[in-house]
Design a protein around this ligand. Structure first.
Ligand code: SAH
Length: 256
């Protein structure tokens, strides 16, 4: 019997074409696929017909399968000699709990590897035309979670983030919007700092809403922004406006 392997694979940010060749090959040769909520269905269709597909869905606040169950199931299938793919949205090592699952497998003596994916901050930066770094505007960025493991606002150092990072990308922040806005303003970030809310980035349902930090919560309410969504804070949001205007002007001169 061949030795089983668990591949912890990043599926990319939403657009099914934004997956690596290596990840796609793993899916195409999988015996078992255990996948999360944010994984695009079209990628599951790439698996062989007879492959076992197991949903490990994690809607916010609801855990249909806990980490321990997932880890044990991955290990059990691999122990039977199966090629197992653990498919996760974005990158498995960025707010994806890939590290925890790898630890369970390592402890159980199961062979595993990690296949990276385009994380949603990087995917949506491209699709929204908001560069994470931009000469003269942003020379650093940080990706943080807006929600802590207990479900309340995350304990990242908002006081330091307000000043030390040019572009701030906040994952899992939608349920904590008023608190995040308050923390950043309270620690001296200007209310006029540009922000963007990006919902279902890189997919055909993508919505991009821009404004200022002072308007953050109100904009989210007005547009009923829902998960999955990212919050971007920083001057490079204005590059988007600049690019859009230039694009429009270029299109107008082509057609005119
Ligand atoms: N491992 C994933 C992140 C999982 S945490 C990654 O690397 O992207 C889930 C959070 O990711 C969501 O709450 C949201 O903030 C963000 N997210 C994932 N996909 C997204 C998308 N297509 N558009 C906007 N945000 C997304």
């Amino acid at each position: 019997m061949s030795r089983g392997l668990v591949s912890i694979v990043g599926a990319g940010p939403g657009d099914p074409d934004l997956i690596t060749v290596k990840a796609l090959k793993r899916i195409q040769s999988a015996d078992v696929i255990m996948y999360d909520r944010l994984v695009n269905d079209q990628l599951l269709a790439e698996a062989p017909e007879g492959a076992l597909r197991i949903y490990c869905g994690k809607a916010p606040g609801l855990h249909s399968m806990n980490q321990e169950m997932i880890g044990r199931m991955l290990a059990a299938h691999a122990a039977e000699g199966k090629q197992v793919v653990r498919l996760k949205g974005g990158d498995p090592f960025i707010f994806g709990r890939g590290g925890e699952e790898a630890l369970v497998l390592a402890e159980a003596g199961i062979a595993f590897d990690i296949i990276p994916g385009i994380t949603s901050a990087v995917g949506t930066s491209a699709s929204s035309l908001i560069p994470l770094t931009h000469r003269g505007v942003a020379s650093s960025f940080a990706c943080v979670t807006g929600t802590g493991s207990d479900g309340s606002i995350s304990s990242v150092r908002w006081d330091l983030l307000a000043h030390s990072v040019d572009t701030l990308v906040i994952y899992m922040g939608i349920s904590q919007l008023p608190q995040i806005q308050h923390e950043l303003l309270h620690h001296g970030k200007s209310g006029s700092t540009p922000i963007a809310l990006i919902e279902r980035g890189t997919t055909s349902e993508e919505r991009i809403i821009t404004g200022t930090l002072a308007e953050l919560h109100a904009l989210a309410l007005l547009h009923q922004v829902n998960n999955p969504a990212l919050i971007m804070v920083g001057e490079s949001v204005l590059v988007r406006e600049q690019l859009l205007q230039m694009q429009q002007a270029a299109n107008a001169s082509m057609t005119g």
